[in-house]
Ligand binder design. Structure first.
Ligand code: NAD
Length: 337
């Protein structure tokens, strides 16, 4: 049993990670400033697991506050998800992204240094790779992000690498997530975007539920099999289990290690839409609009490294992702509000 600090644990992925940690018997402490989430997700985590966690509303840039939480809870290991994640917004407000994602990570590392915690699992992103030289992306693909968001993740990874070079005490795993979708099987937890969703799956679900008129597909003239963008969607509970496997790995593997977490399957926007309609027997009105600036035609993961070294195996297929999203949408049309 570990005492795990989860930064950003009230958010979409963090809340599912908390479920996986509690079910594995770990003690969980969450720090989140709730800038993009609700404390009600913490109630939902406790209700679906029947276990309690410790929650503190705090900004991770408050290093002194972090130190006192970590000391009070005897934190052994940190899962660091707190951050901002909207690519478009990062172009408009780069300093907010560098402050939260780079400054926040730096503050957390100072707190870890002060308290003696030396194991960290970091939420990185496939956006660190940028325009593909080859596909699928392997972890050795060049890193050339095309947005301040992607740069902020790469800067954070750079700090983590440098720290591991400075001392052999650190054990840090960066998980480069592809496109997490879906919801917990209880339908009590799921993605709860504020305002207009930036991601495709919650948008589809809101259109299917009649909360929005139609989906606009951003471009159908990409160099892909049906002209729409191709991404690697993975179920959020498979992503959550990857964190447990990374925790085990970090117990013996010193240094910095990066792993892709994606299924290795590319799915186009049209294919995801068709899967959602067929699985849930609903219609999703849609139209084709112009391309969105900065979108890459296609990318997907080579997850072999995570499969071999972490023993990670995604278990859920596209139908599970669509079905769990729809059940969460129906059960909570207004999310946690
Ligand atoms: N969802 C995706 O598609 C995706 C893909 C790749 C990587 N990631 C990364 O995974 C992590 C979690 O993503 P998510 O989808 O769950 O997003 P989310 O917005 O639902 O969760 C992030 C959480 O961090 C909190 N937070 C943000 N800044 C903070 C700060 N300074 N101090 C304390 N708390 C803060 C937010 O309130 C939120 O609860 C992020 O770091 C994101 O960049 C997400």
């Amino acid at each position: 049993m570990l005492n795990v600090l989860v930064t950003g644990g009230a958010g979409y992925i963090g809340s599912h990670v908390c479920v996986a940690l509690l079910e594995a018997g770990h003690q969980v402490t969450v720090v989140d400033n709730l800038c993009n989430s609700s404390a009600r997700s913490m109630d939902a985590v406790q209700s679906v697991t029947g276990r309690t966690l410790n929650f503190t509303q705090m900004d991770i840039r408050d290093t002194t506050g972090l130190v006192s939480v970590m000391q009070a809870r005897s934190v052994d290991v940190v899962i660091h998800l707190a951050g901002l994640k909207a690519v478009g917004e990062s172009v408009q407000s780069p300093l907010a992204y560098y402050s939260n994602n780079v400054g926040g990570t730096l503050s957390l590392l100072h707190a870890m240094e002060a308290t003696g915690a030396r194991r960290l699992i970091f939420s990185s992103s496939a956006t660190v790779y940028g325009v593909p030289d080859f596909l699928p992306y392997t972890e050795t693909h060049p890193t050339r992000p095309s947005s301040p968001y992607g740069h902020s993740k790469l800067h954070a990874e750079r700090m983590l690498r440098d720290l591991c070079h400075s001392s052999g005490d650190w054990s840090i795993v960066a998980l480069r997530y592809f496109n997490p979708v879906g919801a917990h099987a209880s339908a009590e937890l799921g993605e709860d975007p504020r305002g207009t969703p930036n991601n495709l799956m919650p948008f589809i679900a809101q259109v299917a539920a009649g909360l929005r008129d139609r989906l606009t597909i951003f471009g159908d003239d990409y160099a892909t099999r049906d002209g729409t963008c191709v991404r690697d969607y993975l179920h959020v509970m498979d992503l959550a289990s990857g964190h447990l496997e990374a925790l085990s790995y970090s117990a013996t593997a010193a240094g910095f290690h990066a792993f892709n977490l994606g299924t290795g399957q590319g799915t186009s926007v049209r294919e995801l839409l068709a899967a959602f309609e067929a699985t849930n027997r609903v219609r999703v009105p849609h139209e084709i609009g112009p391309r969105r600036a900065g979108d890459i035609d296609a990318f997907w993961a080579d997850p072999a490294r995570a499969v071999i070294h972490l023993g990670w195996k995604p278990r859920h297929d596209l139908a599970d992702m669509c079905e769990s999203t729809w059940r969460w949408q129906l059960a909570h049309p207004r999310g946690f509000q």
